[in-house]
Design a protein around this ligand. Sequence first.
Ligand code: MN
Ligand code: MN
Length: 460
Amino acid sequence: MERPNAWKDYGKKELTKVTEIGEEYRDLLSRCKTEREWTKEIIQRLEAKGYFSLESAIREGRKIVPGDRVYEARMGKAVLSFHIGQESLEKGMNIVGAHIDSPRLDLKQNPLYEDSDLAFGDTHYYGGIKKYQWVARPLAIHGVVAKKDGTVLEITIGERDEDPVVGISDLLIHLAGDQMGKKLSEGVSGEDLDLILAGQPLKGEEKDAVKASLLHILKDQYGMEEEDFLSAELEVVPAGKARDFGLDRSMILGYGHDDRVCAYAELKAIETMDETPRVTCCGMFVDKEEIGSVGATGMRANYLENAVAEILNLMGTYSELQVRRTLQNSRMLSCDVSAGYDPLYASAFEKKNAAYLGRGVCFNKFTGSRGKSGSNDANAEFIGKLRKIMDENKVHWQTAELGKVDVGGGGTIAYICALYGMEVIDSGVAVLSMHAPAEIISKADLYEAVKAYHAFMLNA
Ligand code: MN
Ligand code: MN
């Protein structure tokens, strides 16, 4: 039952492809670090492949026909893509869906304060993080500031070589006796994740002179007032580029593999679909998974349903029943990362049912915790069909659970899409150090994910 390592089977040609895809992904991961940046990039690449926006089609009353490529963007933070197939939509779609948000620190709405001649930016973390991992490391700020007049400033600080970076201090080891004795979860508190933003007082200013100087910089360089933080989304993320990892360059170390590695694999698979598919292929790139898929851009919002209704309408076959049939008859890969087996923390895993780096794309029949609670639990018949598709298309794949029984757990968007009655299973790339500021994946698993998603869209 042990699954083979993909690397062992690669010939020269495949190794070249693995490297090329790895490099393209590494570059994208270095440039795009927020759901907004990923949305922009995805739309740009879809448009280059002939996709047009659903919004423009509705406005122009454009008829949608088989072969058309349509995308729907939601508030600059989520995207759906549809490659309309030959068969009628009510037969169901082949859907691949990943999330493009990642754990991070968000600047608070009233973030600035000065203490002891340093100016700070207060944060509130987003998603599941080990707080101690975010101190004493270079951080960057990516995001937007929406002004009262409707203009939106885009801000990126800390990525170019000439940029300054920001960061959070840690207590020196010499004085850390108390801190080191605490539980790991209590050594650094959430409220103490405050960024140091400046340290030079403004000349002639009496009170809060460093903050005053910082406000001048914000005004001069970024055109913003302190009050503009009220309507800003500024995300604090690890600064710097993703890197090849290991002397053999077989892996990639970077911020946000969860779940951009699956989002990228999806995008790559969508881009390489040249012919009109038999059934409609849908790609989903969604926001807010890390905080429970909430909000208007999270999977729990109804935009998939709405987009399907609009498309059916422009195809001239809309009815409530058609929408329901389209969704219920669909098949989906919920593309999300899996916990890679880590020999250094072997006790958290059950070896027979763990995902191993390099053994290909990973299928999780269920996720959840404490007796599969909160999971989707895919149907055996659906998995049987997937085994055939994967094997016939020479995809390296493995199956896994998220750790040992009762050790922990987690969720994805799978259970939300299953609400429509469609077949869904979790399928993704194994990650080491998941949710850490620098996560690790194998290039072979990324390559196999691209192959798997492509094969699924054409054959499911
Ligand atoms: Mn995820
Ligand atoms: Mn996650």
